[in-house]
Write a protein of this length. Structure first.
Length: 256
């Protein structure tokens, strides 16, 4: 089976670009299941009920989140009620939502795990490596994919090797930059350090570039405003043997 993983969708312009391009790409590539990181899909940060519905009706099957999971309080009930949305597992268990899920596709079961890194992120989170061990003792699925929402490439790479042979694929999110290392690791796990961003090309991670440059040059706070203009959709596609759960091929794509 072919599973497509889409990088962080930024704002309404990113949502609109995804809606325009995703259906054709799915048909062209024979995609069976689509996972998308939606934590920036609201204008600003976070996920709202409206942006979640937009992504689902555009052809996304499942949503993962990250450090902006709880930015919008209006989405809290959705996180508890919608079985196709998860947030990082290593937040406290009292937080809204859940950290992994299993989708029954009839011919196989697909498990999706969401974890968040600690390096340069939030050290108060549960250790993501220990969290992964805990989940893998509980989850019952033939095919398992992990969205590791983390800043440090070393931490992401380490997670890939740590889970190699234990899950079908590990893909990184959060840095909004598509990396050039899509591969199958030695024990059959697909891997990519970061699947990039869906949003405005001429921007700094989806934000107006002048704002970010001023922030770095003056070291003063700046109110973020989303950029506008031509967009891209970054993603990775993993070919998974549904019998063994092993990845047979991994490839990144950039749609413009």
């Amino acid at each position: 089976m072919r599973i497509m993983c889409i990088g962080d969708v930024v704002g309404s312009v990113g949502c609109a670009f995804l809606r325009e391009h995703l259906p054709y790409f799915k048909r062209q590539q024979g995609i069976d299941f689509v996972i998308c990181n939606g934590e920036n899909s609201a204008d600003g940060n976070g996920l709202t009920p409206k942006s979640a519905e937009h992504l689902f009706t555009s052809g996304v099957d499942f949503l993962t989140l990250g450090n902006h999971s709880f930015r919008r309080r209006e989405v809290f009930p959705v996180l508890d009620e919608n079985p196709n949305i998860i947030r990082p597992y290593n937040y406290p268990s009292s937080a809204p939502g859940r950290g992994y899920a299993v989708v029954d596709m009839g011919y196989t079961t697909v498990g999706i795990i969401n974890l968040m890194g600690q390096q340069f992120m939030d050290a108060n989170l549960e250790n993501p490596f220990a969290a992964a061990d805990k989940i893998l003792k509980e989850i019952d699925a033939k095919v398992i994919l992990v969205d590791f929402h983390a800043e440090a490439t070393s931490e992401k790479r380490a997670m890939g090797f740590y889970l190699d042979g234990r899950v079908s694929a590990v893909f990184g999110t959060h840095t909004h930059v598509l990396t050039a290392d899509a591969e199958v690791l030695p024990n059959g796990t697909g891997y990519i350090t970061d699947i990039g961003m869906t949003g405005v090309i001429d921007s700094c991670l989806g934000v107006k570039k002048d704002i970010i440059m001023r922030r770095f040059t003056t070291q003063l706070p700046e109110r973020f405003e989303l950029a506008s203009g031509a967009c891209k959709l970054d993603c990775a596609v993993f070919d998974i043997d549904r019998g063994s759960g092993r990845c047979t091929a991994a490839q990144s794509f950039k749609l413009r």
